[in-house]
Design a protein. Structure first.
Length: 252
C-alpha cells in the first residue's frame, strides 16, 4: 500500500485542506472508502487509532480522509463551509491527484465515527450520486435531538454545537436533517444503504437506537450491529472487518 499525506489549496475553505490516504499498490478503478473523523480530531485519527491500513491492504481498498475539525461537515454558522467543501471539492480534488480511484458509485463508500458518522450520513444523503453505502460508528445521527437535549441541560455538550449549527432551527427539515433527507432520498429512489454500529455502554446508545428506528421508518435499508463497549476506537475497530464485509469488497 502507498501511504500519502498532502494538502491542496481549497477555494471553498480558503485554506489548505488536509488529506490522508492509503492506496493499493496495483490496480485501476480502485474501490474507495472515504472516512471522516470524530470531534477534537483530524484526518489522522482513522490511521492512528484503527487497523484500517492493514484492512485496506487485505481488502485491496483505498481509504481517504480529510480534516473537518469540529465542523460536523456542515456550512458552519460561525466557521468554515465544510458542507460545500465535502459535497463539491474534496473528492474531485483527491481524484485529480489519484486518478486510480474509481468514479463508479457502486465502488465508493463513506463512513465516520461519532461526529464524523453524522457528517458521513449527511454527505451520503446530500450527494447520493456519489456513494452507494454509508457507515456510522456511534454516529451523532439524531443531531436535532442531541442539540435540543444539550440546550435543555439534559445532555452534556459544548459551544461547538452553536458554532456549527447556530440554532436548533438549522437542524430540522433542511440539508442538515438526516432523517428528513432520508425521506427525500427514499422518495426519489436514490437512498444509499446504511450500516450503523454502537456500543451498548456508549453514552449515545439510546439516541442511536432512536435514529436507527427513525431511518428504518423512512424505508432506508439499515444494517444495525451492537456489542458491549463505550465510545472509542477500541470497540469500533473490532467491527471494521464486519463493516468491510458488508461493503461487499472482496478480501484478498
Amino acid at each position: 500500500m502507498a501511504t500519502l499525506r498532502f494538502t491542496f489549496p481549497s477555494k471553498v475553505l480558503r485554506s489548505q485542506a488536509e488529506i490522508r490516504a492509503v492506496i493499493p499498490d496495483k490496480g485501476e478503478d480502485c474501490a474507495v472508502l472515504w472516512v471522516l473523523h470524530g470531534a477534537n480530531a483530524d484526518c489522522n485519527e482513522w490511521f492512528h487509532d484503527s487497523s484500517i491500513v492493514r484492512l485496506a491492504r487485505q481488502y485491496n481498498l483505498a481509504v481517504v480522509s480529510t480534516s473537518i475539525f469540529n465542523g460536523f461537515g456542515v456550512n458552519m454558522a460561525h466557521g468554515a463551509r465544510y458542507a460545500d467543501y465535502l459535497e463539491t471539492e474534496w473528492i474531485p480534488a483527491v481524484r485529480a491527484v489519484l486518478p486510480c480511484l474509481s468514479e463508479k458509485k457502486e465502488k465508493n463508500f463513506v463512513a465516520g465515527v461519532s461526529m464524523g458518522g453524522f457528517a458521513a450520513f449527511r454527505l451520503a444523503f446530500n450527494r447520493p450520486d456519489l456513494f452507494s453505502r454509508a457507515g456510522a460508528f456511534a454516529g451523532s445521527i439524531g443531531m436535532p435531538m442531541i442539540f435540543e437535549r444539550f440546550e435543555r441541560g439534559i445532555q452534556p455538550g459544548h459551544d461547538d454545537f452553536y458554532h456549527a449549527f447556530g440554532s436548533y432551527q438549522n437542524l430540522v427539515q433542511n440539508e442538515n436533517d438526516v432523517i428528513w433527507l432520508a425521506q427525500r432520498r427514499v422518495k426519489d429512489g436514490t437512498a444509499p444503504r446504511l450500516f450503523m454500529f454502537c456500543g451498548t455502554e456508549d453514552f449515545g446508545y439510546a439516541l442511536n437506537t432512536i435514529a436507527r428506528d427513525d431511518l428504518r421508518m423512512t424505508g432506508v435499508d439499515v444494517t444495525w450491529i451492537e456489542a458491549p463497549g463505550t465510545h472509542d476506537f477500541k470497540i469500533w475497530d473490532a467491527q471494521l472487518p464486519a463493516f468491510l464485509d458488508w461493503l461487499e469488497v472482496a478480501a484478498q
